[in-house]
Design a protein. Structure first.
Length: 341
């Protein structure tokens, strides 16, 4: 026990020194919070808190610093003060269509505390990002029903974004097919004739089901319009749309291209599951089994989410899609193997 306490104290001193040298470095901030969560000594916690004062004095618009102070104050049990800090962090954070917008990431941190979330959501009743952030928090921990409830509160007022795909795909994980189809039709009516990112978002959410009553060839067209050659996730969405349209050879080519691109690490598991689905549809059982096994291996590396611990992936949409496609691939490959016997 004493040895453990000494190691924590040494880690705390090291984290404090790192913060003094580079207080704006996110990795140092994260490390300080991790150490403080293990320390019961009030004086040391107060010391960690004091490190942020000069940073906030010098950079009053630094949202991550306000959020960090909010985390430390929450650890000290100062919930009202923590809420005030997080509100300042939210007000200083940008929101975008991307799943990792600074504002969503702050909202995810707030979601770790039910008491904190209640105070802040009552203070900011019109802030839809708070509910999306908490929905992401639940989704990354396999709490599908809670996630859908949070998204549903605000999704109709959200811009066309990753939020829309996450919500649609979550409905599938709950086997809410009718709600999923209705939402896809609603988004088609809302967006109309899409191009650029809107085309990508629409194709992706309609292909994941796939949506019933929407021309699959049209979904492929949308995916092509939304494709960015340097973005592996847009190529993977095109491959999924092609799979749904029965264009299996093209889907295989595009899944493989997606996995070869820089930045494709997180989406390779779903790409392998997609390949397994396409190969199984073509009757290429051995290739389907091999792809499924590759997907399983990558999926299992991130398959143990904890309620309040580190999450398997940072991207909720990626985690949700891997869960959907892994189930589909397992069922199709099992059926293909059975037919070959």
């Amino acid at each position: 026990m004493l040895d453990r306490q000494n190691k924590i104290a040494e880690s705390f001193d090291s984290a404090c020194e790192a913060m003094r040298l580079a207080p704006s470095e996110p990795a140092h901030q994260t490390r300080l919070v991790e150490i403080l969560s293990k320390i019961e000594d009030i004086d040391r916690r107060q010391q960690g808190l004091s490190l942020l004062t000069p940073l906030l004095d010098d950079q009053p618009k630094n949202a991550s610093a306000w959020a960090l102070r909010g985390q430390i104050r929450a650890a000290l049990g100062r919930i009202d003060q923590s809420a005030a800090d997080f509100i300042l962090a939210l007000d200083r954070s940008d929101d975008t269509t991307y799943w990792a917008s600074p504002r969503k990431l702050v909202a995810r941190t707030v979601a770790q505390s039910t008491e904190l979330f209640k105070i802040i959501s009552e203070n900011r009743p019109e802030d839809g990002t708070l509910w999306i952030g908490r929905g992401q928090f639940h989704a990354l921990r396999n709490q599908w029903a809670q996630a859908v409830d949070d998204y549903a509160k605000v999704i109709d007022s959200r811009p066309v974004s990753d939020d829309c795909f996450e919500y649609a795909a979550l409905l599938l994980l709950l086997d809410e097919r009718e709600r999923y189809n209705d939402y896809c039709k609603q988004m088609v009516a809302r967006i109309g004739d899409p191009s650029g990112p809107d085309a990508y978002y629409l194709a992706h959410l309609c292909a994941i089901g796939p949506a019933q009553g929407i021309d699959q060839a049209m979904i492929v067209q949308w995916a092509n319009r939304g494709m960015n050659v340097g973005q592996p996730w847009t190529l993977a969405a095109l491959a999924l749309a092609e799979t749904r349209a029965g264009q299996f050879e093209r889907a295989i080519e595009h899944y493989q291209q997606s996995s070869s691109l820089p930045g494709s690490e997180d989406c390779r598991a779903r790409n392998y599951f997609g390949l397994a689905i396409a190969f199984a549809a073509l009757g290429r059982t051995k290739a389907a089994q091999e792809s499924l096994e590759q997907g399983r291996r990558l999926f299992q590396q991130v398959h143990s989410p904890r309620l309040n611990g580190p999450t398997p992936l940072r991207s909720p949409g990626e985690w949700i899609e891997q869960n959907i496609l892994s189930r589909e691939a397992e069922a199709l490959v099992h059926s293909s193997v059975s037919q070959d016997k």
